[in-house]
Design a protein around this ligand. Structure first.
Ligand code: FAD
Length: 543
């Protein structure tokens, strides 16, 4: 038995656990990830990474590697359509081209890269940045005390038990999270509405797909509903089956009693031909539900990813929402662990992330009803919200955001209209720095950033003074200084400020506070803002 001390223990080393470890390491926080499996994901599962997720991966230097892998694996900018059978061709189009019409809102593009190809990149980057990973290791117990969490880890190879003492624990242990269950936190929402399957199969699909640039193809057939996802070189794919039989009164338990023959029959039905040999490699069984945990945290345990929210894959939001949980949490844990914020900052995780999780879950459900199972009816479903609002326009409200008067309470906005409103993701604008093009998002390097209009000298000087007084690491960015130029003159308008105004951007790229103009510019004003955001009652950091 060995004892390990680490600031953060992450339970579960799949998409969200690995992202959490990587993002914590980016902020200089050591973590240990314990993962039950012997390695990273073997099944493709999640593939659609939104622009926001790609922005997060860009911030850790992974955007290029992910885009390269994606180009190897998927048609680029593939469409999302519906068919009766693959042979029959498209009957509806949900997305013609994955990135058409959205390139102005982000420096990043949406990509498809399956979890099995993404996770090795995440784990490698997490290791490079200083995280520790233990595969074939199960967390068998975790107890929370006043000063930390004590957990027992068991090696699946040797049976050895080790004790880990951590200040905080992130439960990224998936939809059946034992960590969440041990804490007695229930899931709330819509219980299982389909016992679905994913059939992984091999077949030469090139003649059927022709030159169609499709990545996801929903199947709306009189005998089954689900979707295909195709990977290059189109000699393998998966078919999800969510419902079968009459679409108005469908069978929703596809899993119980499934035989290999029936799985094969589903694939032939959805393809619309038996002329192509098909070999089934594997079938995964999973439950489609739309639920969010009643709480996302206790004082030292944080629930993230599928452990915190489950949703149908329709829309591809599940993994993305989990990566964003990790991103929201990483900088907060870092601040508290390095003593620049009090532990109260951590309570904003639940305040900020749960409403966003509910939005993603309900919007995935709405898409499921509309694309896959209309028999569920739209009466209890949320009206459809545009993809960009969910992917980039989700909005935070908590004590770590200084809202402006007349706040309308919205949980999402069109990112083209959010214009630096506190609680929204700071918008992307192309600038130049020493002649090189950069996105405003590239300025957010883990510190608080005072992004100022070109004439906001007063705010910049007062900001520097207030930050120095509080010992806060503040980065100040203003066109006209440090080689930064706003050649297109877009910065102020897109952030809702005058040329002498500023926005204060948190380490996660969300606007914490905004001054529309120079009015009220003083070190005292900013001192209060900084103190509020670090949850310090005085200028001294708390332990
Ligand atoms: C067919 C399909 C397609 C999808 N497509 C998309 C998509 O395109 N985009 C998208 O964003 N999402 C998609 N999703 C959803 C996405 O796969 C999940 O949201 C994502 O995998 C959640 O990641 P996670 O790390 O939270 O949980 P998981 O991937 O479930 O990982 C949890 C990990 O915790 C480990 N674990 C559990 N208990 C312990 C323990 N006690 N000790 C140690 N380890 C433990 C498990 O072994 C597991 O590896 C899809 C899902 C399906 C089924």
């Amino acid at each position: 038995m060995s004892d390990i001390e680490v600031p953060v223990l992450v339970v579960g080393g799949s998409l969200v656990g690995l992202s959490a470890a990587m993002l914590l390491a980016q902020h200089g926080v050591r973590s240990l990830v314990a993962e039950h499996h012997r390695g990273t994901a073997i099944h493709p599962r999640a593939a659609h990474a939104t622009q926001r997720t790609m922005e997060i991966f860009r911030s850790v230097g992974l955007e290029e590697a992910i885009s390269e892998k994606s180009a190897e694996q998927f048609v680029q900018n593939g469409g999302v359509v519906a068919v009766n059978t693959l042979v029959g061709g498209a009957t509806r189009q949900f997305i013609a081209d994955l990135n058409s019409g959205i390139r102005d809102v982000s420096p990043c593009e949406r990509v498809f890269l399956s979890q099995s190809a993404l996770e090795p990149l995440l784990s490698q980057r997490a290791l490079e940045l200083g995280a520790s990973l233990r595969f074939a290791t199960e967390v068998i117990s975790a107890e929370e005390g006043p000063d930390g969490v004590t957990a027992q880890l068991r090696s699946r190879d040797t049976g050895d038990i080790s004790t880990v003492r951590a200040k905080y624990l992130i439960a990224a242990d998936g939809a059946h999270s034992q960590m969440r269950q041990r804490l007695g936190i229930p899931m709330e929402g819509r219980p299982t509405f389909s016992k679905s399957i994913t059939i992984y199969f091999r077949a030469d699909l090139r003649s059927l797909l022709g030159d169609q640039q499709w990545a996801v193809v929903y199947v709306d057939h009189e005998r089954l509903r689900g979707f295909f996802r195709f990977e290059k070189p189109f000699d393998r794919a998966f078919l999800v089956v969510n419902t079968t039989g009459d679409a108005t009164h469908p069978a929703t338990d596809i899993s119980t009693g499934l035989t290999p023959e029936r799985a094969l029959e589903y694939v032939y039905t959805a393809l619309g031909t038996r002329d192509i040999p098909v070999t089934i490699d594997n079938v995964m069984h999973w439950e489609a539900a739309a639920k969010v945990a009643a709480r996302l945290q206790t004082s030292r345990v944080f629930i993230a990813g599928d452990a915190a929210h489950v949703m149908p894959p329709t829309g591809g939001f599940g993994g993305n929402t989990g990566v964003q949980d990790a991103h929201n949490l990483a900088w907060k844990l870092a601040r508290v662990l390095n003593g620049t914020a009090s532990a109260s900052l951590l309570s904003t995780y639940d305040d900020e992330r749960r409403p966003v999780a509910k939005l993603s879950v309900e919007q995935a459900y709405t898409r499921y009803v509309l694309r896959t199972d209309p028999s569920l009816g739209t009466d209890s479903a949320q009206p459809l919200v545009g993809d960009l609002n969910i992917e980039l326009g989700y909005r935070y409200r908590s004590a770590a955001i200084l809202l402006e008067p007349n706040d309308d309470g919205s949980v999402h906005l069109n990112p083209r209209e959010s214009r630096g409103l506190p609680g929204t993701r700071a918008p992307h604008v192309w600038l130049t720095q020493r002649g090189k093009g950069i996105s405003t998002l590239d300025l957010y390097d883990g510190r608080f950033v005072l992004l100022a209009g070109p004439k906001a000298h007063e705010w910049c000087e007062r900001g520097a003074a207030a930050a120095a007084l509080l010992g806060l690491a503040l980065k100040i960015c203003r066109p006209g200084s440090d080689g930064l130029e706003d050649i297109d003159g877009q910065l102020c308008g897109s952030h809702g400020i005058e040329s002498d105004g500023c926005v204060l951007v948190r380490p996660d790229g969300f606007v914490a506070w905004r001054a529309a103009s120079a009015q009220g510019a003083s070190a005292q004003t900013l001192g209060k803002v900084f103190a509020r955001l670090s949850f310090m009652t005085s200028s001294q950091p708390s332990a």
